[in-house]
Design a protein around this ligand. Structure first.
Ligand SMILES: Cc1cc2nc3c(=O)[nH]c(=O)nc-3n(C[C@H](O)[C@H](O)[C@H](O)COP(=O)(O)O)c2cc1C
Length: 181
């Protein structure tokens, strides 16, 4: 699938078929994440691939009231993106900008690669950010110095959602200076 087409036709998928996703396909998708750009190529990301239904159920409980809770529980696979702190945005251990640790940014780049690659292979995903990350870290036994950032269910879509609206370019693009149309 061509990149622009993949970007425009990807949708958040919250209902999945039970069809198994084979390991080769998961590897291709993770490979797309691996090739994302990152701060000074520091690649702070780690991915936990969860197939165990008990662990998926526990992760789903960390979402509480969230439209993606059932998807995390029932999709054949859940991929949890973690980040090592103190790498993105740092030089020799010192922060280099006023924005703190850039791990959220770098993990987002990797996960967007991942969801687009999944979509190009006929698989569905949804970026899930609203959950109790501390609880998820406990469930997955994530070590000190790392955070769970986000997760996505992964599987074959059992729905075809309509596109959600986007702001027009005229509302978000300025010329030369902020606010100048
Ligand atoms: C950082 C981030 C966090 C998100 N967290 C959730 C979430 O917790 N639950 C959920 O159902 N969708 C979540 N979404 C999905 C958005 O609701 C969705 O991307 C948006 O409505 C646009 O729809 P689309 O992905 O189908 O284009 C999240 C998306 C992003 C980028």
């Amino acid at each position: 699938m061509e990149v622009i087409e993949a970007i425009k036709t990807r949708r958040s998928i919250r209902r999945y078929k039970t069809t198994r996703v084979n390991n080769k396909t998961i590897e291709l998708i993770l490979e797309a994440a691996r090739w994302a750009p990152s701060w000074s190529n520091t690649q702070c990301w780690k991915f936990v691939v969860v197939r165990d239904s008990h662990i998926k159920a526990k992760l789903a409980d960390t979402l509480g009231e969230n439209p993606a809770t059932d998807a995390i529980r029932s999709a054949p696979v859940v991929i949890v993106a973690c980040a090592e702190l103190g790498k993105a945005g740092y030089k020799q251990g010192e922060l280099t900008t006023d924005k703190g640790d850039w791990y959220m940014f770098d993990v987002a780049l990797a996960m967007q690669n991942l969801v687009l690659a999944a979509h190009s292979l006929g698989l569905g995903t949804v970026h899930v950010g609203r959950f109790d990350a501390k609880k998820a870290e406990g469930i997955l036994e994530v070590p000190q110095g790392f955070r769970v950032v986000k997760m996505t269910p992964l599987g074959y879509p059992d729905q075809e959602p309509k596109p959600r609206p986007r702001n027009e370019l005229s509302e978000i693009v300025f010329n030369n200076k902020y606010g100048i149309k």
